[in-house]
Design a protein around this ligand. Structure first.
Ligand code: THU
Length: 133
């Protein structure tokens, strides 16, 4: 199985475990880090709606807890007739651990529908250079 297929299977399995009773919109995310490790996450909602977290947040937290800081490939899996893309906040979260070469796969149950870069998803991003005084 190639890396993208493995990411798809991991995201699918994470999505099945999503806790999304309020939106009924389960999302699964899987990451392959530069070190060759795989991580996954799902969205976790809460009866107090703002306490919920996105699937990307969970997967990135798992990667950082696992000791890795660079994403080689990330796959976001959700269902919809339109192409599903990460929310604005998650684009910024992905950017923190991406390089210009990082592959961001956008998938639905049928498979990867589009692969893009962080520059395409988050042009003119707030970055380290902006903090230089
Ligand atoms: N969601 C994600 O997990 N990732 C995104 O990039 C977009 C939105 C979740 C949050 C919430 O649990 C549900 O999808 C509906 O917004």
């Amino acid at each position: 199985m190639n890396n993208t297929s493995k990411l798809f299977e991991l995201a699918k399995s994470a999505r099945q475990n999503a806790h999304a009773p309020y939106s009924n919109f389960p999302v699964g995310v899987a990451i392959l880090s530069k070190e060759g490790h795989f991580y996954s996450g799902c969205n976790v909602e809460n009866i107090s709606y703002p306490c919920g977290s996105c699937a990307e947040t969970g997967a990135i937290a798992a990667m950082v807890a696992g000791g890795d800081k660079q994403i080689t490939e990330i796959l976001v899996l959700a269902e919809g007739s339109e192409l599903i893309t990460p929310c604005g906040a998650c684009r910024q979260r992905i950017k923190e651990f991406s390089t210009p070469q990082t592959l961001i796969h956008l998938a639905n149950a049928s498979g990867v529908q589009k692969t893009c870069t962080i520059a395409e998803l988050l042009p003119l991003a707030f970055a380290e250079k902006d903090l230089i005084k």
